[in-house]
Structure formats: structure tokens, C-alpha cells
Design a protein around this ligand. Structure first.
Ligand SMILES: *Cc1c(COP(=O)(O)O)cnc(C)c1O
Length: 564
């Protein structure tokens, strides 16, 4: 990149994970996919931004499932040289007084009009580093708490140094995508230190740091925020941080990454309206806005729908709002495009899992990180009831996918439970659990099923984005009212809700009954007997939701509310 272009970049976006391409295993799930989609839309819109992340050389993990659903985790070797270029730049950070050297790889995101976003992948796998330090940028969300802290030092502190060394001299805003990158704000604060000043409150220039920092939180559950014992942080960083300013980032002898970001950011946001509310309740006293997440439409649109939109809504690729005109696309063509996407999914599922599924049966999709609050087994709560619905209201088949975090015992148990239910249901209902959920499967499933199901325990879903991918491809959602669906659901117009907005004392058995009721009385009869109504819902999912829940609208909000 030439000097002039380096000088033009004003915003630095920091993220622990990023999902650009299924072959680049540098993401685990929603947070990374969102980061990738955000950066693609920044490129499409020509935003003067750069990004920083970790190399995650061995990925998150590849999932292997045994016959009973036991999950094994295998490291991934993704071909980094195919995607990244090594820059002639090195920086270092000190951890326990050891110098840890960092090199930097660059990935270029190209937008539809040719504008670019450079993304910098930090890599400590250098001969001059110790064996342990060489592995610090290997595993996304791997290792123990100490490993995680070291990774966050590389990302936050190493990241700020890396972009300066590359030559970006005019960065005005640092955007922390989740608290993993919070140490960058302490690095900036440390630089404002006036030596010799006795009054702590005058010693550091908090205001100048706040003016530079933007924080997006994604976690509506207190336990989900990164915290480290204070002695860990002191052991790792010695005195190289403003430890004299305890009230802004130390609580109960812990350093909490979210508190750092909250205290050192001028603009803070949650990722859906409801999530903004929940975050304001969790952290009273802060001004917290919300910007609802989106998806990058060109990434998630099935080939058949892309052709359809190109034909009926020319220009939609650079103007996502214009998908509102999808209401004028003839229903038969919507049907045909969906049939092609469905065929692709069913062929994939049959080839991968020998599921023996067919193209005509009503197909339900459920794919996400497997963890208890997301209740992947809700649909299988009462299998006799499910069989009754299948026999009386219309035949169903189900596609599942999802990984559990290696240390999430509850999530791993859930996969086994689903496997055992699959066996019980086998004679009656075809269900496949696909191994190793990734972006390729995410696209196939969200575009190829007839109904996208989502049923987390509210209010724990910050936003969710898979349901948006479904809308884009004309697939209606049946979902609990949480995250983005509170905004996206118009009952019987864009899809359906499970239960009410209630969050306190929510009863899973009741949610399961609601789910069965909607399937039996409304959804299956409409799918099988009232095709005209069904296609109308498909069109409204596109026109009302895909035109809004996309990263083009989202990035414009960030530019107007956070960056300017
Ligand atoms: C879209 C996507 C996600 C996001 O999932 P949500 O559960 O809707 O937040 C996660 N993983 C993959 C592979 C995806 O494609």
C-alpha cells in the first residue's frame, strides 16, 4: 500500500476472530462471521478502515462426531499462504519480561466498486520466540485462561503497535469488536502518562483515549465477559499498564475486559435493540446505544436467488435497500429459486450423512453453536407429539449442525442427546446431524431448508444472524422473540414467533408446546395446502427483512453514529 493510502485510513477495527471464507479457519461462529461481513461491507462502501486480528493458524477446531454423537476436536491446517501476504514488519510485546516478537500477514478485502480493506493477522510463530509464545496465535479460544490473556495482549497491545509499524499514522478511532481487544485502550492510556505527576487523575488523559475508542459488546450474559485475576495480569504485564488507576478497570481483584472497554470508550453499543436494553440494565451509568447486526448479502445469497435478484432488481448488489422490491417478483420464480437451493442442500445432506431425504418433504433447519441456553433439543422434547404432527399435519425432515466449545460439557451432552433422539425417530422422521458446521454448511442450510428454527432461552441471544441469511433466501423463520427477531418478526407476514416476549421464569416445556402448536396448526397446513400464502411469506421475508438486516445498513449506522 502506498504512503498516501496509509495516511488516509482513519479507523482500526480489532477482532479476535474473523470469517471471510470457509477455507480460512480463523473464525468460530457468529462473532467472526459478523466481523467478516462487516469488513466486506466496509469495502463495498469505501470506508477508510483497516482491521487487526490474530492468525489463528490452527483454527478453532474441526469437529468429528462418533456414532453416539461424542465430539472429538482436531486442529486445522489452513493454507494461509493462499490468502495472506507476509509484510516486512515486526513488532513485539513484553509478557513476563520476555520479548514476544510478532509478525504481520495481510489480507485484502475487495469491495464491489474496487475499494479495499486491509486486514492484519498477527502471528507469533517465529523461531526467536519460546515454544510457548510461538503457539500464542495458534488456537482460537483454545488453551486456558493464561493462554487467553496472552492472546489478548498480542491482539490489543501488539495490534496497536503493528498498525503503527506498518505506517498507519492517522488512526483516529479504535473499534473493539467485543472485549477481547480491550487492552488496546490501556495501551493508548499508558501513552498519555505524565511522569512525575502525583495526582492519579491528572496523570492520565482519559478523555483523549475515550474520544478514540468505540466498543461493541455482544454478550448479554454476565458470565460471558472475559475476566482475569489481577495477579495474572500483573504477572504478565509487570508495571507496563496504568495499574494506579484501579477504579476504572479492576473489580474484586479481577480485571474485566468489558469494564475497561466501557470506561474507555465514548461510543458503546449492543447488537440489537433488545440487547442494547439488556446491556443498559447490566451496566447502569453508561450511555449504551444499539446497532442491530446484519449480514453481507452477496456472501450469503444462494446462486439461484442471486440470479433472480439480478434479473428483477438490477443494482441491488450495491443498494441492499432495494430488495424491498422483491414483493414484485412472481411467486413461481421464488418457488423455482428456492427449489434449486433446497435441492443443493438435500443432495449435500444425503451425500454426507446418507440421510435419504427427498426434495418435497417440509425441511426444518437448526444450526448453531451447541450450548445449553440455545436449546438445540427443544424440537425433540416430545417425540411422540412430533411423530403425531408428522403423521397428521404433514411430513417433516430435519437438518442439524453445530459444534460445542471444547470445554462446554453441557453442549457436548446435548449433541449426544440429539443423536439418541435421531435413532429413536429414525423409522418415522428423517433427521441428519451434519459434522463440522462451517460457513459452507451455514449457507447451504439457511438457504435450502423450508423453515429456519431458532429457540434460545431469552434474553441470552444478543442478536443472531443465521435467521437473516434465511430471510435473504426467502426462508421464513420460526423463532423465540429474542435478539434480532424481536425486530424482524411480523407474525404471519415474515414468519412466526415461539411464545411471548417474557424473559423471567420462561418454561421450556411451554415453549416446546408452542412450537408444536405453530407447526401443526399454522405452518405445515400452509406449506402443504396454501402455497400461495406460503410464497407470500417468502417474499415478505426478503422484502421486509433482507432489505434491512444487512451489513450495508449496519455499517452506515456505525459510520454515522460511531465513527464520525
Ligand atoms: C451465520 C453463522 C453463524 C452465526 O450464527 P447465529 O447462531 O445465528 O448467531 C455461526 N456460524 C456459522 C458457520 C455461520 O455461518
Amino acid at each position: 500500500m502506498n504512503k498516501q493510502d496509509l495516511g488516509k485510513r482513519k479507523i482500526a477495527y480489532f477482532t479476535m476472530e474473523v470469517g471471510f471464507d470457509p477455507k480460512m479457519a480463523t473464525y468460530s461462529g457468529g462473532l467472526g462471521v459478523l466481523a467478516g461481513d462487516t469488513l466486506k461491507s466496509c469495502a463495498d462502501l469505501g470506508v477508510s478502515l483497516i482491521a487487526v486480528t490474530l492468525l489463528n493458524e490452527k483454527g478453532y477446531f474441526a469437529q468429528k462426531l462418533g456414532a453416539e454423537g461424542a465430539q472429538a476436536e482436531v486442529p486445522v491446517d489452513w493454507p494461509k499462504e493462499e490468502f495472506l501476504t507476509l509484510l516486512p514488519v515486526q513488532v513485539s510485546v513484553n509478557i513476563e519480561d520476555r520479548e514476544v516478537r510478532i509478525r504481520v500477514w495481510e489480507y485484502i478485502v475487495k469491495g464491489i466498486t474496487g475499494a479495499t480493506i486491509p486486514v492484519h493477522f498477527l502471528d507469533t510463530n517465529l523461531q526467536e520466540n519460546s515454544e510457548y509464545d510461538r503457539g500464542l496465535t495458534s488456537f482460537l479460544y483454545g488453551g486456558d485462561q493464561w493462554y487467553r490473556l496472552c492472546q489478548e495482549i498480542i491482539l490489543g497491545i501488539g495490534g496497536v503497535r503493528a498498525i503503527e509499524a506498518i505506517g498507519y499514522k492517522n488512526i483516529e478511532k479504535y473499534h473493539m469488536n467485543e472485549g477481547h481487544a480491550s487492552l488496546l485502550a490501556l495501551e493508548l492510556l499508558e501513552r498519555t502518562k505524565k511522569d512525575g505527576e502525583q495526582d492519579v487523575h491528572k496523570k492520565y488523559d482519559l478523555e483523549s483515549v475515550r474520544n478514540k475508542c468505540i466498543f461493541t459488546t455482544h454478550t448479554p450474559v454476565a458470565a460471558g465477559h472475559d475476566r482475569f485475576p489481577l495477579d495474572f495480569v500483573k504477572r504478565a504485564l509487570r508495571s507496563n499498564l496504568p495499574f494506579e488507576m484501579p477504579d476504572i478497570f479492576i473489580r474484586d481483584n479481577e480485571i474485566n475486559m468489558t469494564w475497561i472497554a466501557l470506561n474507555l470508550s465514548k461510543y458503546i453499543n449492543g447488537v440489537a435493540k433488545k440487547h442494547g436494553e439488556v446491556t443498559r440494565e447490566m451496566f447502569p451509568g453508561y450511555t449504551i446505544d444499539s446497532i442491530t447486526n446484519g449480514i453481507h448479502l452477496l456472501t450469503w445469497v444462494a446462486t439461484s436467488f442471486k440470479k433472480l435478484y439480478d434479473k428483477y432488481i438490477p443494482g441491488w448488489q450495491s443498494d441492499y435497500f432495494s430488495l424491498r422490491y422483491a414483493l414484485g417478483i412472481p411467486k413461481e420464480e421464488i418457488f423455482q429459486a428456492h427449489f434449486e437451493a433446497k435441492k443443493e442442500l438435500i443432495d449435500y445432506v444425503n451425500a454426507r450423512a446418507g440421510a435419504g431425504m427427498d426434495y418435497d418433504t417440509f425441511t426444518i433447519g437448526f444450526a448453531r453453536r451447541v450450548t445449553p441456553y440455545k436449546r438445540a433439543d427443544l424440537l425433540l422434547t416430545d417425540i411422540n407429539r412430533l411423530v403425531e404432527i408428522n403423521d397428521k399435519a404433514g411430513r417433516i425432515q430435519i437438518v442439524y449442525a453445530g459444534k460445542a466449545h471444547p470445554r462446554d460439557g453441557g453442549g457436548k451432552e446435548l449433541i449426544k442427546k440429539i443423536f439418541s433422539r435421531i435413532k429413536e425417530l429414525k423409522p418415522k422422521i428423517k433427521i441428519a446431524y451434519l459434522e463440522n458446521y462451517d460457513m459452507t454448511q451455514g449457507k447451504l442450510i439457511t438457504s435450502g431448508v423450508d423453515l429456519w428454527l431458532n429457540n434460545p432461552l431469552p434474553p441470552q441471544e444478543a442478536s443472531g444472524t443465521s435467521g437473516m441469511k434465511a430471510c435473504l433466501n426467502g426462508v421464513p423463520n420460526l423463532s423465540v422473540l429474542d435478539g434480532w427477531w424481536i425486530e424482524g418478526c411480523i407474525e404471519n407476514v415474515t414468519g412466526w414467533a415461539i411464545g411471548t416476549l417474557q424473559t423471567q421464569g420462561r418454561d421450556s416445556a411451554q415453549d416446546a408446546r408452542d412450537l408444536y402448536q405453530k407447526l401443526e396448526k399454522i405452518i405445515l397446513p400452509m406449506f402443504y395446502n396454501e402455497k400461495d400464502k406460503w410464497f407470500d411469506i417468502m417474499r415478505h421475508a426478503i422484502a421486509l427483512n433482507a432489505s434491512f438486516f444487512n451489513t450495508q445498513r449496519m455499517v452506515q449506522e456505525y459510520v454515522l453514529n460511531a465513527y464520525l
